[in-house]
Design a binder for this molecule. Structure first.
Ligand SMILES: C[C@H](O)[C@H](O)[C@H]1CNC2=NC(N)=NC(=O)C2=N1
Length: 103
C-alpha cells in the first residue's frame, strides 16, 4: 500500500511552478517539453530519466519526438493528482537536462 501522499493546493502548485521555468500543469500532469539539436541526445535522456524514475519509484509519461522529449507526470496513488512527488521528479529531471543538451 503506498504511503498517503499529501495533496497540494492550487496556490502550492503555483508557487512550486514558479521554481520550474518551462514546466506547467497541462491536462492534469506536471509537464515540460525539452528540445534538442538532434534525435539521439533526446533518446539518450530517456534512459537517464528512466533511471531516476526507478530510483524514486515515481514514473512519468515520456514522449520522444524527432528532437523533443516531453515529460508528463502525476501521482497515480493520489488519484492522478499533482503532488510533491511529481515536483521532486521534475527537479531531478531539470538537474540533468542541460547536460543532455536540452533546452
Ligand atoms: C507499486 C509501485 O510502487 C507504485 O505503482 C508506484 C510506481 N510509480 C508511480 N508513478 C507515479 N507517477 N505515480 C504512482 O503512484 C506510482 N506508484
Amino acid at each position: 500500500m503506498d504511503a498517503q501522499v499529501d495533496l497540494l493546493t492550487d496556490k502550492e502548485i503555483e508557487d512550486r511552478l514558479a521554481e520550474l521555468p518551462g514546466w506547467s500543469v497541462t491536462d492534469g500532469s506536471l509537464t515540460r517539453t525539452y528540445t534538442f539539436e538532434r534525435h539521439l541526445p533526446a533518446a539518450a535522456m530517456v534512459i537517464h530519466v528512466a533511471q531516476i524514475q526507478e530510483e524514486l519509484n515515481h514514473h512519468s509519461e515520456l514522449t520522444l519526438g524527432y528532437n523533443t522529449l516531453t515529460v508528463a507526470v502525476n501521482t497515480h496513488s493520489a488519484g492522478h493528482a499533482v503532488t510533491a512527488l511529481d515536483f521532486t521528479l521534475a527537479h531531478r529531471v531539470e538537474e540533468i537536462a542541460t547536460g543532455h543538451g536540452a533546452s
